[in-house]
Design a protein around this ligand. Structure first.
Ligand SMILES: [Cu+2]
Length: 107
């Protein structure tokens, strides 16, 4: 009886400890429209997935300045996602329109 109570309490503590972690595994949307990234700078927690969606009527890309990722050409309506696990500052641009820039800050 005593052992069973202890086990149940442990399970409850484990459940409560996991809930905030699940809430942290979020995703953040970045729209590509009007020849710009919206928002162009985002700050997210480690483990967050960033999803870019091309809302323009022509192709764009999301391309890491340091070659960490490259969506390739994203046609209108297409999306690309990447999960950022490590803290840091990740600048990116559109490979077609180099003046289109954005930054993902992970901390
Ligand atoms: Cu572009």
């Amino acid at each position: 009886m005593q052992i069973a109570m202890g086990t149940r309490r442990f399970a409850l503590v484990l459940l409560l400890a996991c809930l905030p972690a699940l809430a942290c595994a979020a995703s953040v949307l970045v729209a590509i429209k009007g020849m710009d990234f919206h928002p162009s700078t985002i700050t997210v927690a480690p483990g967050t997935t960033v999803i870019w969606t091309n809302d323009d009527s022509f192709a764009h890309s999301t391309t890491s300045d340091t070659k960490l990722w490259d969506s390739g050409l994203l046609d209108p309506g297409k999306s690309f996602s990447r999960t950022f696990d490590k803290a840091g500052t990740y600048p990116y641009h559109c490979a077609i329109h180099s003046f289109m820039t954005g930054t993902v800050v992970v901390k």
